[in-house]
Design a protein around this ligand. Structure first.
Ligand code: URA
Length: 159
């Protein structure tokens, strides 16, 4: 499962997560580890688009009360899907899974939590704006490939 922040304008119009510029970049990242969208579940912490100004307005980061209001939905998605690996993209997703941790410190380092692995990554949209982050994100994404390969390998001692 991959978890982002909130829908932007294009996501809002289509009713699907990560279908805009950041989504196209996410597709190339997925492809770099041999994955397609059909093989992963993509969602956001916040379920409707936060924006400022008269509609359509500009995207803005979600507020604490908006994140709180959407918590139950993501809780339920996790309960139903039971992902073994969750990619937390950006600081809002990181705060949901690993409160108090800093993305600049934990990005690319898998963390075990409640029987699953959380892989914190920089947000693709942030990386699109900063070349240095883009390179870091591409490298960090390869960690997901390694985690998946490890899962596919039969456990030692099991038949
Ligand atoms: N950014 C996000 O965090 N989520 C989306 O769905 C699109 C852009």
């Amino acid at each position: 499962m991959l978890v982002g922040e909130a829908p932007g304008r294009e996501e809002d119009l289509k009713g699907e997560p990560f279908v805009g510029t950041a989504g196209r970049f996410l597709d190339t990242l997925l492809a770099s580890v041999g994955l397609t969208r059909g093989e992963v579940y993509i969602t956001n912490v916040v379920k409707s688009r936060p924006f400022v100004g008269p509609a359509p307005g500009r995207n803005r980061p979600p507020l604490t009360n908006e994140i709180q209001a959407c918590r139950a939905w993501l809780d339920e998605q996790l309960r139903i899907i039971r992902p073994q690996i969750v990619v937390a993209m950006g600081r809002i997703a990181l705060e949901y899974f690993l409160p108090g941790r800093k993305i600049s410190e934990v990005h690319g380092t898998p963390q075990r939590q409640d029987g699953r692995t959380i892989l914190p990554l920089f947000h693709p949209a942030a990386a699109l704006h900063r070349q240095a982050l883009r390179d870091v994100l591409k490298q960090d994404f390869l960690v997901l490939g390694r985690l998946l390969r490890r899962q596919e390998r039969p456990q030692a001692g099991r038949k």
